[in-house]
Design a protein around this ligand. Structure first.
Ligand code: HEC
Ligand code: HEC
Ligand code: HEC
Length: 455
């Protein structure tokens, strides 16, 4: 397996002393909170977006897209940013809040300082602690200027009355003041500091990926207390909402190592001809990134490349050709029920896996990380759910097979596809169990696709 480059510029963790200091502050904060002291920030009556220019509000719109605010803060079928979407965490259910400027149920009475404190420190206007299911741990990296634009944009949206449902967390996780200690242990509220040893483009990418983009919220594994792990665990892959968010570093299982150019294309158009398309929870991310200018997307690609060891472009294309050829050669040897299922259900669009462009972009399945991963999750999820809300129009639509194939059929199909398209990888174990587990988690998240097709 490849390793990230030895000189990879991992993000800085909390220093030993800053951690000790923060811990002390956290303990004081906790003591204060338990005594009932909640530093509320005074309400402001006229949120007054009128003081901001149209250019600032437009900038805020782009930043809100970079941060996926509307993806989380909208319930299935609900109106944008009115909250109420349930987020399942290992500790229980947390509901997103109403982000519109409604005075009673939204952020209508919030001053800029209240908004800034929520984004940097995870504390609501009235002083209660927020949970890190709200990715303030990443949003904290955002500059004051960008936070101002975001605030201006949110305050300029129509106010909609919509009550946020109460969280459903088990004790002790339902004790919000305990978050003061969690923050002291795991959270650095300071904005992004540019790394002078790197280019301006790299720093821009680092700012967006670690800040508003909150890519680590899905792609970085977490510790037992739900905090993202640091060092080489950064963006090394994790499981979220029944999907695998694959490693974005050299630990990636992609058969062709990601280059800066392919990362750019994937993030910009939702697919790469050397890797395939963005499905599941990555679809809405790409869709939202559509609001950002090309330079920002290039900067993200350039930053991610510093954690990878890409081949030069010609060698990359050559590797892709070899991978596709290996899959074609492995095909002849595998007639059986899996192949019959594939021919019956899939080949009309996917040909024999490298199909003609009848519909969609049809990248060869052999190049897709889903087939090469240690986990069958993403392949099974695509078969169960299809691609019903493609991130961009070019990708095309794939039907869901949840109702036409049963668990055993999907397991047989996945097993065949593994040996066919990733012939150098070991077979997946316990596929039928994996399929029924994934079928059970899927239903609750269909709302996301629904939301996006309504947009
Ligand atoms: C991954 C999902 C997710 C994303 C993306 C997200 N939020 Fe949230 N946000 C939440 C959750 C969940 C809560 C409620 C947390 C709680 O109750 O402790 C929340 C709460 C908040 C709050 C506190 C509101 C209050 O009434 O206390 C603010 C402010 C906020 N989010 C702003 C934003 C902005 C701005 C963006 C986009 C830049 C954004 N959020 C993106 C999940 C998300
Ligand atoms: C809500 C969770 C989530 C967030 C946030 C997220 N991703 Fe993803 N990402 C995923 C999932 C799930 C996949 C797998 C999608 C698939 O297999 O089609 C993925 C796939 C990818 C891939 C393709 C990897 C491969 O080998 O196929 C890239 C590149 C990527 N994400 C980059 C990013 C970047 C950059 C960001 C931040 C701007 C980001 N992601 C934010 C969940 C997320
Ligand atoms: C009606 C056409 C259609 C049918 C039938 C179909 N697909 Fe797809 N499939 C697509 C499209 C369009 C995409 C989007 C990506 C692309 O175009 O390569 C896709 C993507 C995929 C992906 C993800 C590849 C990637 O690039 O992320 C997998 C895996 C997949 N299909 C497997 C299957 C399997 C297995 C079957 C049969 C059970 C099947 N498909 C049936 C149209 C179809």
């Amino acid at each position: 397996l490849a390793r990230p480059p030895g000189n990879a510029p991992w993000p800085q963790g909390l220093g030993r002393w800053s951690r000790a200091g923060a811990m002390l502050a956290g303990v004081f904060g906790l003591a204060a909170a338990l005594l009932g002291w909640r530093p509320a920030i005074a309400p402001v009556v006229s949120g007054g977006s009128s003081i901001y220019t149209a250019a600032t509000i437009e900038r805020g719109r782009q930043l809100a897209a970079a941060g996926d605010c509307v993806v989380c803060h909208t319930a299935p079928g609900g109106s944008p940013n009115t909250g109420g979407r349930a987020m399942d965490t290992p500790f229980g259910k947390i509901f997103t809040t109403n982000l519109t400027p409604d005075a009673q149920t939204g952020i209508g009475l919030w001053s800029f300082s209240a908004f800034q404190r929520a984004m940097r420190e995870g504390i609501s206007r009235d002083g209660h602690h927020l949970y890190p299911a709200f990715p303030y741990t990443a949003f904290a990296k955002t500059s004051d200027e960008d936070l101002t634009a975001l605030y201006a944009y949110l305050m300029a949206q129509p106010a909609v009355r919509s009550e946020t449902p109460a969280t459903q967390l088990a004790f002790p996780f339902n004790v919000r003041p305990l978050m003061a200690v969690w923050n002291a242990m795991f959270h650095d509220p300071s904005p992004y500091q540019a790394n002078p040893a790197q280019t301006a483009e790299w720093n821009r990418g680092a700012y967006l990926i670690n800040g508003l983009g909150h890519c680590g919220a899905c792609h970085t594994p977490r510790n037992a207390l739900g905090a993202e792990r640091g060092g080489p665990a950064f963006l090394s892959g994790a499981v979220v909402d029944g999907w695998e968010a694959p490693a974005l570093t050299a630990l990636s299982r992609a058969p062709v190592p990601w280059t800066s150019g392919e990362l750019y294309r994937y993030l910009r158009q939702g697919y790469s001809l050397q890797h395939g398309a963005a499905a599941g929870p990555m679809g809405p991310v790409v869709k939202e990134l559509g609001a950002l200018p090309d330079d920002d997307i290039r900067a993200m690609a350039s930053y991610l490349t510093s954690f990878n060891q890409p081949l030069a472009e010609p060698a990359s294309a050559e590797r892709a050709g070899q991978v596709v050829l290996a899959a074609q050669q492995s095909g002849a040897a595998l007639p059986g029920p899996g192949q019959r299922l594939f021919n019956g259900a899939c080949a009309s669009c996917h040909h024999d896996g490298d199909g003609p462009k009848l519909l969609g972009v049809n990248t060869p399945l052999a190049l897709n990380s889903k087939l090469h991963s240690e986990r069958p999750d993403n392949l099974v999820r695509v078969i169960l759910d299809g691609i019903r809300a493609p991130a961009t129009a070019a990708i095309g639509f794939m039907p869901a097979f949840r109702h036409s194939l049963d668990d055993d059929q999907i397991a047989t199909l996945a097993s065949y596809m593994r040996s066919r398209y990733a012939p150098d990888q070991p077979a997946w174990q316990d596929l039928p169990a994996a399929v029924s587990r994934l079928r059970a988690t899927a239903e609750s998240h269909e709302g996301t696709a629904e939301l996006l097709s309504n947009k």
